[in-house]
Design a protein around this ligand. Structure first.
Ligand SMILES: [Zn+2]
Length: 128
């Protein structure tokens, strides 16, 4: 007897990973019981498909028996990659130290350019 897949997770992406999850649980000798499956599906249904899929993937890769969507979601703060800033083909340099800049701050009338070391701490936190 297969528990019903929640409507918001009923898509190929999730169904595929869920089958892999069942296989994984069998492999680690903790097969999913229908009751456990129902509870896990109910838990995942509160999250988006992306979080749900990543939650299952994370548990499989770490050899976990349980699912922790809140962990996956918490670590998912999007970080933006930094690239040197070029304007009209010209690399901009950090206004503090002169090395190629990766961040532009446009406050007021002037644009300020910063390298990864000189950019404000607040801004640094948003990047990796
Ligand atoms: Zn700098």
């Amino acid at each position: 007897m297969k528990p019903t897949i929640p409507q918001n997770l009923n898509c190929p992406e999730f169904l595929t990973i869920w089958e892999i999850w069942r296989t994984h649980r069998a492999e680690i000798r903790h097969p999913l019981t229908p009751t456990c499956e129902t509870i896990q599906l109910k838990k995942l249904a509160r999250w988006s498909v992306n979080v749900a899929v990543e939650t299952v993937e994370t548990s499989i890769c770490n050899g976990w028996q349980g699912l922790w969507p809140e962990k996956v979601n918490g670590s998912k703060r999007k970080k933006t990659k930094l690239y040197p800033i070029k304007i009209y083909g010209e690399t901009k340099n950090c206004s503090q130290c002169g090395v190629p800049a990766v961040y532009k701050s446009s406050g007021g009338a002037y644009d300020y350019y910063y390298c990864a070391d000189c950019m404000p701490e607040k801004v640094k936190a948003q990047f990796e």
